[in-house]
Design a protein around this ligand. Structure first.
Ligand SMILES: C[S@@+](CC[C@H](N)C(=O)[O-])C[C@H]1O[C@@H](n2cnc3c(N)ncnc32)[C@H](O)[C@@H]1O
Length: 191
């Protein structure tokens, strides 16, 4: 189910549309991550960096590893980090089945509107889990089955399916009680 996101400049108009803030509520998503300033955070499928730059400001003494599989997104992310003076962003060109995270080094992983694009979701979750430190967490944000926005309904995933994916990867996992207008948040934790 690989859907391409090739033209970063064009997608930036969508992903970084100021109107997104009203339904995305990025501050509440980031609050759910319970960050501290020196953490290492990975933004998986970072796109044009909507969350990456907010995460980078939230961990001023830490770093953000922003990955994407699209070369043009990687280029755009690097340029955006430089333009916004955010030296704690490291951009990684990932593969569809390999996030290329350092082993056991990441405190938080954020995955927004990407889970439904993955092929073997459990195998991917295992790779993310291997990147976490003990106690580290993965937050998956995706569109509710009945959301007005988001991918076509046949591509959406129920939150329980994501809980199952994360548990199959050896994490404890649950849907967290943060009500976003269009999305749910599932958090998994490495024991
Ligand atoms: C809908 S966009 C979301 C972008 C960003 N997370 C946001 O919330 O603005 C999905 C992004 O995930 C990327 N992507 C899809 N599959 C991926 C994978 N297996 N690993 C990393 N990135 C992926 C796409 O290239 C695209 O940039």
């Amino acid at each position: 189910m690989h859907h391409r996101f090739e033209d970063a400049q064009a997608w930036a108009k969508v992903f970084d549309d100021p109107a997104r803030d009203a339904w995305q509520q990025p501050d509440r998503v980031i609050a759910a991550l319970e960050l501290t300033p020196a953490m290492t955070v990975a933004d998986i499928g970072a796109g044009t960096g909507y969350f990456t730059v907010r995460l980078a400001r939230a961990v001023p003494a830490g770093r953000v590893i922003a990955n994407d599989i699209e070369p043009d997104m990687v280029r755009y992310l690097k340029e955006r980090a430089a333009r916004e003076g955010l030296a704690n962003i490291e951009v990684v060109h990932a593969l569809p089945d390999d996030p290329k995270l350092p082993a056991g080094a990441v405190d938080r992983v954020l995955v927004v509107d990407v889970w439904h694009h993955l092929g073997d979701r459990v195998a991917y979750a295992k790779q993310l889990a291997a990147g976490l430190r003990a106690g580290g967490r993965i937050a998956v944000v995706d569109f509710k089955l009945d959301a007005k926005l988001g991918p076509p309904k046949q591509h959406r995933l129920a939150p329980d399916a994501i809980v199952a994916d994360l548990r199959a990867a050896g994490l404890s996992a649950e849907v967290v009680p943060v009500e976003l207008p269009e999305q749910y948040i599932v958090v998994g934790q490495r024991r």
